[in-house]
Design a protein. Structure first.
Length: 150
């Protein structure tokens, strides 16, 4: 009986690992309104300088999208996504950090509700700053197109 229970637990754990690997490793959930969301976090504080954004570096992003800030609250930002370049496709993206903390990051934009941004995140679910995430511009859109093909 004990062996059978252990086999069931191992099988369930294995099934969970398979399910998570098939759905990617980025956190995603469905909200009460039925819209799916993906969560990013601000990177840790670093000292140093930013490199000039390039398509070669940007193409390593785990997710990248064109979106509009839907909400700025004391503890997070919410984007509605108009176009995914790469990564998990969800309806919304949440950045789970306070806007004042985000403003302290080197090269991070000041996010405003209603404004359009190009946003990139790495495999650790962290926002890529230093010009990789910024207010929409045709130059940055060209860089995203170069990195992700169209």
């Amino acid at each position: 009986m004990l062996v059978a229970s252990a086999v069931v637990l191992v099988a369930a754990a294995f099934g969970l690992v398979i399910m998570l690997s098939e759905h990617g490793d980025r956190p995603s959930a469905s909200s009460p309104d039925g819209l799916s969301s993906t969560t990013l976090h601000a990177p840790g504080q670093t000292s140093g300088r930013c490199m000039v954004p390039s398509a070669e570096t940007l193409q390593n992003a785990a997710l990248a999208f064109d979106g509009t800030v839907l909400e700025v609250s004391p503890d997070h930002l919410t984007f509605t996504v108009s176009r995914w370049y790469t990564g998990r496709e969800s309806d919304r993206v949440e950045v789970a950090d306070s806007p004042p903390r985000l403003r302290q990051l080197l090269g991070a934009p000041t996010f405003s509700a209603g404004d359009r941004y190009l946003v990139a995140g790495n495999a650790d679910h962290q926002l890529m700053v230093c010009g990789f995430t910024a207010a929409y511009s045709s130059d940055l859109a060209d860089l995203y197109s170069s990195a992700f093909g169209s």
